[in-house]
Design a protein around this ligand. Structure first.
Ligand code: 1HN
Length: 357
């Protein structure tokens, strides 16, 4: 420190102390431009998560003990959040239960993992959940969940709460009753899921996608069709769920992807300034993240942090299907998105360690 500045070390010290008392921090004392990432790559195992989410059904009841029966996938490097922008969680709803109606400024998606006979009502529209369905609850839309079936329903919640909290824009409101009135059933799906064709007399006015429910059957069909013709060198057969009004991401803060990694494929590595949370919907494989190999199989979840080299491999003889939630729209809308391809070694990172969590 004595070598910095034009005055004696004692005068320098006095300057620092006076600055501190005035609430001013000399920027040259800061950490510069290097920043420690706040998100670690990690895998959550379904074999560990499943018994706990089922057990949560025996320890608490929504609407009585808790508002939502949710187990969050907390990143080990963080206090909150699966990444710095996305919070993913597992939710269980047992037969006859209701998760009461409310709305909040954080946006949510549901990715359905298990069960049938339950529905989410979004702004009065009843959306029945089946495995592989994606349901959106955009910012400030009323939503409640109800299980009319006779078995447990489990889904993945994905919210932009870490981002919205950091922006200090979190608002919340409870609906005066447990359930909001149902005004239609599957309307959003029927009207807007045809993609290239839309109701001719309507103008889209909402600030979010008019389509809230993406059924698995249509999703898989699109994926299968794309697989016949083209793929990305970095993500193999990857499709983004899109807002039929804009053609862009389904939500302002999160995009959702469905990805087929074909048998025998190893993608090339790249990195980008967006982060992502993945669910292994079907199959097995591994992701190499910054030289570390993360193996996973059906039901597992994993996270790819910002600016981490990553590539996917499916060495099995079966299709591998990955669902993911990504914060690309945030980065793109702020002109902060950038990506880079890994050029050495034909695009493949040397594997230096293996995740054994
Ligand atoms: C929420 O509203 C739900 O509606 C699930 O099911 C998880 C986590 C944080 C904040 C709100 C839901 C949530 C949540």
């Amino acid at each position: 420190m004595a070598t910095i500045g034009k005055v004696s070390p004692e005068e320098m010290q006095q300057f620092y102390e006076n600055s501190r008392q005035a609430g001013l921090t000399p920027a040259w004392m800061g950490r510069g431009h290097d920043r420690k990432p706040s998100v670690e790559p990690f895998v959550w195992r379904w074999a560990q998560a499943e018994p706990l989410i089922l057990r949560s059904g025996e320890v608490v009841t929504p609407d009585r003990d808790v508002e939502r029966r949710v187990l969050r996938l907390t990143n080990p490097a963080r206090e909150h959040g699966t990444t710095h922008t996305i919070s993913a969680a597992l939710q269980l709803l047992l037969p006859g239960e209701t998760a009461p109606a409310h709305r909040h400024t954080p946006t949510a998606i549901r990715w359905v993992l298990h069960g049938e006979g339950a529905y989410t009502t979004v702004e009065g529209d009843k959306c029945y959940m089946e495995r592989g369905d994606l349901i959106l609850t955009p910012s400030w839309t009323w939503h409640d969940h109800n299980n009319e079936g006779d078995g447990p329903m489990i889904w993945l919640d994905g919210l932009d709460t870490p981002l919205v909290h950091n922006l200090e824009a979190t608002f919340y409101e409870a609906f005066p009753e447990d359930q909001q009135p149902v005004t239609s059933s599957g309307q959003s799906e029927k009207k807007y899921a045809s993609g290239a064709l839309r109701p001719a007399w309507e103008d889209y006015k909402s600030p979010y996608s008019p389509l809230w429910h993406y059924k698995w059957e249509r999703t898989y069909d699109a994926l299968w069709r794309l697989a016949q013709t083209d793929c990305s060198p970095f993500d193999d057969v990857a499709m983004e769920f899109s807002d039929p009004a804009s053609g862009g991401p389904v939500l302002r803060t999160m995009s959702c992807w469905i990805q087929l990694i074909r048998p025998g494929v190893r993608t090339r590595a790249h990195r980008h300034t967006s982060s992502a949370v993945f669910h292994v919907f079907q199959g097995e494989g591994y992701t190499v993240i910054d030289g570390q190999r993360f193996d996973w199989s059906t039901g597992d979840f994993f996270v790819v942090p910002t600016w981490a080299w990553h590539e996917f491999a499916n060495e099995s003889s079966e299709e591998t299907i990955l669902f993911s939630i990504q914060d690309i729209p945030v980065m793109k809308s702020l002109s902060l998105y950038r990506d880079e391809a890994y050029e050495e070694n034909s695009g493949h990172q040397p594997i230096t360690s293996r995740f054994d969590g």
